[in-house]
Structure formats: C-alpha cells, structure tokens
Design a protein around this ligand. Sequence first.
Ligand code: GDP
Ligand code: ZN
Length: 446
Amino acid sequence: MKQREPIVAIATPYGESAIGVVRLSGLGVLEKVLPFVELKGKLKPRYAHFVKVLDAEGNPIDEGIMIYYQSPKSYTGEDMVELFLHGNPLILKKVVELFLQNGVRLAERGEFTKRAFLNGKMDLLQAEAVGDLISAKSELALKSALRQLRGDLSQLIVPLREKILNLCAFVEASIEFEEQDIPTLSEEEIKSQLEEIKTKIEELLATVRTGEFLRKGVNLAIVGKPNVGKSSLFNKLLGTQRAIVTDIPGTTRDFLQEPLNLEGIPINLIDTAGIRHSEDPVEKIGIERSIQKLNTAHLILFVVQAHEPVEEEDLYIYSLVKDKNHIVVLNKADLGFWEGHRKLFPSFVLVSAKDGSGIEELKATILSNLGASVGEGLYISLRHADLLQKSLGVIKLILEKNLKELSPEILMLYLREVQLYLEELLGAITTEELLGEIFSNFCIGK
Ligand code: GDP
Ligand code: ZN
C-alpha cells in the first residue's frame, strides 16, 4: 500500500451544521494530528475517541470525535484520521489551517478517492461511481451509481477483457508453435466469441443516452408565441412537484426554470417568456438571444393553440425549432381543433393545460423522444461509451474480414487493441490526464 504525502480537507458541505468532518490521509498523518488533540486512554484504530482539539499554543478550538484508520484498512488505503467536530465553518477552517501550517497540504478535488483507486481499493469504474453517487440528481441515477460502486459494471467488463485475452493467447500460440500440434481455435470459434463480445458491448452502449440524462439532466424548453399557454403548460407539467418559482436573474425575464422528475429522469424545465416575432430591432436581438439559449435544450416543446389557425408568429418560431429536436404541442384542445394543423405538422400532441387532457401522453412522448428506456440498471457514461465504441469498431473490423486471409500477427494486433481499450475503461491503464479529468469533477474532501 503506497502512502503519499499527508493531505487534509473539510469533507462536509460549507455552512452551519450539527457536525463537520475534517479528513486527513497519508504518510505519518497520525503524528501530524496527535500534537493538536487531547485524548484520554490509548488510541485504537477504528475506534471513536472523544478528543479536544487544541491550537499550536494549546488553546482549545473545539471538541469532538476522532477516528484513526490504520493503513491498509481505510478508504484510501493509507493512514487516515477523521475528526467529527461542530459544523461551524470557522472551527473547521481553523483546524484545517492548523494542519496546513504543520506540513499537511490541502487535498485536491477527489484526491481521497484518487488515492483509493491508486492503492487498488477500487477500480476506476467504482471511483467514478463515487463521484456519480455524490452528484446524482435522481433516484434512478443514485441506484445506477450504487450498482457501479458495488462493481456491477466492472463485473461486466472484466469477463469481456478475459475473453479477449483468451483469444490472444490462442492466436499467439498458433503463431509461436505453428509447426507443432497444439489446440487451436477454428475461424468459426473465434468469430462466434467475438460476436458474443460485440453483443455485450452493444447492450452496454445502448444505455449511454439515458446514462447521460441521468447524470446531467435534460434541458427541456417550452417555446411559442405569447398567450398560447406556455406558462400554464409549464405549471401543469410540474404539477405538485413545483417548488418556488425562481426567476433566472438577468436584465430581461426571459426564462423560468424548474426541476422536474419524469420517471426518474431529472429534467430542467424551461419556460421561455420572451420569444415572439418582432420588427423592433432591439427586441429582435433579445429574442434571438433567447433562441440561441434554446440551443442548449435537448428537447423543445413548441406550443401552438389547437383551436386557432396558425399565425405568422407561430410559423416564425416553428422555422427556428423545426430542425432541432422538438415536439409540436397543440394546447387549448378544450376550445376546439383547427384541421389545418394536420397539414402543417407531421406529428403533434393535443393537450389542454387547463383541464389536463393529453398531459400524460405528452410526458410519454417526451420520454420516448429522449430514447429513455428508464428502469433500474446500469447506465454507462460518455467516457465508457467512447472506449466501448472504439472496441466495437475494431471487433467489427475483424468480423468483416475473412480470417483465413488475415495473418495471425495482424489479428493479434487487433485483439490487443481491444484489450487496451477495455483496460483503459477499467483503469488498468491510466494517464495523469485521464485521472485529472475524472477526479477534477469531484468535490474537495472526497
Ligand atoms: P403564455 O403566454 O404562452 O405563457 O400563456 P399562459 O400560460 O400565460 O396562458 C395564456 C392564457 O391562456 C391564460 O389566460 C390561460 O389561462 C389560458 N390557457 C392556457 N392554457 C389553456 C388551455 O389549455 N385551455 C384554455 N381554455 N385556456 C388556456
Ligand atoms: Zn408565459
């Protein structure tokens, strides 16, 4: 177990709370802490000790609970100390500063988890899951992260890598012992094993879209000319989930934004207030700015009145959204239906924000548009998808070829390439850059 230089961080959120945790990890960390704590009795690893924390002059700062974890039995695998103090930022900062002045450095984002990974306490997929678990925005995202933390994703990838290694071994043997009578795999066997791996990878890849939505949320924007019922629809979709309506600060009140949980998918529902056709140049700029913001939307609900013919204003906005991912929503169905909509829009959902009809269908349409086959499961991230996609590309390349024409040496190269991608996925091969990318998204103290 490698022990690196001692680090310290506040592990709980900033602000007043009942308890605040100061966490330390690294070589000789106990010696760094002991001069500043007064404890009764003998220190035992993994036991809760009541301590008084003193400053360099011996003046009391706070009292609380201290736990010492002896390497390798700790989160990071290093020696660790956790101090559970009163949750006042002034106290916690004072304590951290005390250690900073005595040869301990401030931890970087995710550094505790990074060390846990580097010490083999968890693989990279699990370390990533720690970050996901902390930042999960919905129940489903939490469950997915927890499964990944338990190693479920690793358990899917590891056998794939082993299968590839196995194939490599056979191909290698056929190269080295060409003349001898050793068992070899037939072309069919190699291909069927690769087909099997390909199917597994494709299954995993199918989860990335939902995975990204679960991790980051979906921006869903409601647009349309004034008075078509955007705000009413906004409220209807939020239903009882509606929290306090928050104005997005800015010079114009262009946006209202509220979180909405649709079958476990965290959605950021945006009511755009400012979009309408205008000849006034100043207003035009403002409108275009709101339209530009629409580009960050994964999906747009374009609202038109069901009972009235479309107007030029509707068509103008439609021209802005029709090449983006959108759903046409015909609102105010309770007032009637203008048949002309059928010619104009290839598809639409008929709703009434007033009496609630069609709202469930709209929600279903939103979910199916997002391609979200939501359920409890594992959802891979973009990083995973990228590496799986690369593996898949190489496997497909092999499968397209006639193996008889492919020299074993070349086949071997292909297989090794897949192996490397899978190992990068698991974190068996890592670069500082990759680790930096992953752990910089963590919070300090984790
Ligand atoms: P926005 O300007 O697009 O946000 O439209 P609002 O949500 O403010 O609604 C404009 C007017 O239409 C209000 O008087 C609403 O009560 C009314 N309205 C909205 N949705 C419906 C609907 O489905 N049926 C009926 N009859 N009136 C609606
Ligand atoms: Zn409105």
